[in-house]
Design a protein around this ligand. Structure first.
Ligand code: FAD
Length: 109
């Protein structure tokens, strides 16, 4: 089985970075592609417990509205997903106001 920690770190890097470069005003094609990517995770993510938790979370917190609104809303939705996992694993919560600096702009000097 894959190394769940390493897989997780790299998957979060991919997902947060992709959300941070999602257009503020996405096209229909970009929106449906993003939804396809997110909806595939509970089926394909190669950590069974993780995938199951994510699937349950997405039932009560569906991504459609955030994807519809564009980058900022999607960054917030994904930050909340990740924080729910952080909480479950006993990790610190991340301040979602810091998402753009962490995943796109870099920190000020
Ligand atoms: P990670 O949690 O991997 O975070 C990487 C970096 O992201 C952090 O250093 C921080 O800079 C930044 N970050 C942290 N929180 C946020 C946030 N809320 N928003 C934006 N950026 C943030 N592991 C399990 O053991 N059980 C599970 O059920 C489980 N479910 C998972 C579900 C998914 C969808 C994914 C992608 C991963 C899951 N993992 C799970 C793995 C787990 O979330 C971590 O990736 C892994 O434990 C390594 O943690 P880490 O401390 O290196 O930091």
């Amino acid at each position: 089985p894959p190394d769940v920690e390493r897989l997780g770190r790299h998957t979060w890097t991919f997902l947060h970075t992709t959300a941070s470069y999602f257009p503020p005003q996405p096209s229909q094609h970009q929106k449906s592609s993003m939804l396809g990517l997110l909806r595939a995770l509970p089926t394909l993510y190669p950590c069974g417990v993780c995938a199951d938790h994510l699937g349950e979370y997405m039932k009560t917190h569906p991504p459609e509205a955030a994807v519809e609104k564009g980058r900022e809303a999607l960054e917030g939705w994904l930050c909340n997903v990740h924080n729910e996992v952080n909480e479950r694993l006993g990790k610190d919560k991340f301040n979602c106001a810091n998402v753009p600096q962490r995943w796109r702009d870099g920190w000020a000097d």
